[in-house]
Design a protein around this ligand. Structure first.
Ligand code: KG4
Ligand code: ZN
Length: 345
């Protein structure tokens, strides 16, 4: 589709990227225009299946992706009222994630790229989470991305689009993983993070828990905090004491969020940050969103966090990242392989 710029009279072609995400338990496909406007997204979530097992079962996840992917693709085109002819590039999460799950999305993307002769754009899953913030929002640089997901907790500085510099990260557990483990010991159903967030809002932070890694680095450590909560629950059980679950959830959340915010504050000041964003599944956390917003107001820097629907894994963020990856000249051929682990660069 050709669009004409009113100001200069030159032609500007819109770019439509198809984004495919299948790194964990969501099969999600989206079409995004010019990296900023969602045209259509269809997501098939497997939460109801995996919650019976208390977590994602990789083999089941891959089988579900196989079952769902063509249906999700067809529904996405139907919703957008478009065909593959309208698509300029195919962005695919090549990693990190569950290898069997990643491979299903990758094979679909490669097949479409081959048949329709469209460029294949490899997208790192975390770049996707970061670019969930570009939908309807202009990113400003230097930017600090607070990456908080089930597998990652990192502080990433970007001086321009698609230039990622990790300045610190967790030395052990990711924050989402920690939320899920603590939620499990509090008998909350999988996925525990959102339920723990809700429970915490009903309690007061009256339990004393250890503050993680109070040092001068940009790093985090959450395994000590996680173990402290698990031990506390077991001790209370052994002593037949009633556990104040909401208070414990609030205590855990306070310490975890403060740890993230304190290191982010140091980075904002020391790196002259103009724009702070939160990225990843834990970006849905109310206390974290509120605390980072407050911090950015105090320091006078811009802040953005994706709407809740773009916080958990989705094809929209992959298509948005894919647009900027393509502009950065990143293109893969049909030898592209999935990677269960990979550094964002
Ligand atoms: O980004 P994501 O969907 O998957 C990965 O890429 O890892 O993140 C999932 C993680 C899970 O650990 C989930 O419990 C957590 O995000 N999560 C939350 C909330 N919503 C999702 N954690 C805390 N509070 C929430 N509201
Ligand atoms: Zn994710």
């Amino acid at each position: 589709m050709l669009k004409y710029s009113r100001n200069v009279g030159d032609t500007m072609k819109d770019t439509y990227v198809l984004g495919i995400e299948s790194s964990c338990d969501e099969t999600s496909i989206s079409i995004v225009k010019n990296g900023v406007e969602e045209i259509a997204t269809v997501t098939s979530s497997q939460i109801d299946i995996h919650k019976n097992y208390g977590g994602v079962v990789p083999e089941i996840a891959s089988r579900q992706h196989v079952k769902n992917i063509t249906i999700v693709l067809e529904e996405c085109f139907e919703k957008a009222n478009m065909t593959m002819d309208d698509i300029d590039a195919i962005a695919i999460t090549y990693g990190p994630g569950l290898i069997g799950s990643l491979l299903i999305g990758l094979e679909a993307a490669k097949t479409l790229s081959f048949i329709y002769n469209k460029p294949l754009i490899p997208v790192h899953h975390i770049a996707g989470h970061i670019y969930a913030n570009s939908i309807g929002h202009e990113m400003q640089f230097p930017l600090l991305a607070i990456v908080v997901s089930g597998g990652h907790t990192e502080l990433i500085v970007m001086e321009s689009h698609y230039r990622f510099k990790k300045i610190g990260g967790t030395l052990d557990d990711a924050i989402g993983e920690c939320y899920d483990k603590v939620a499990r010991v509090l008998d909350l159903e999988y996925p525990g993070g959102p339920k723990l967030d809700k429970l915490a809002a009903e309690g007061e932070p009256t339990y004393k828990l250890p503050v993680p890694l109070r040092d001068d680095s940009y790093n985090y450590s959450f395994s000590g905090l996680k173990s402290a909560v698990i031990n506390l629950v077991h001790n209370e059980e052994q002593r037949n004491n009633t556990l104040r679950r909401a208070d414990l959830a609030a205590s855990f959340q306070k310490v975890a969020v403060e740890a993230i915010v304190n290191k982010a504050k140091k980075a904002i000041i020391e790196k002259n940050i103009k724009n702070v964003i939160i990225a990843g599944g834990v970006a849905a956390n109310k206390k974290l969103r509120d605390s980072v917003k407050e911090l950015t107001e105090e320091l006078g820097v811009n802040f953005s966090v994706p709407p809740l629907k773009y916080c958990t894994d989705n094809g929209t963020m992959i298509a948005a990242a894919g647009y900027y990856a393509m502009k950065d000249g990143r293109k893969a051929d049909l030898n592209l392989n999935s990677k269960s682990q990979d550094t964002l660069q």
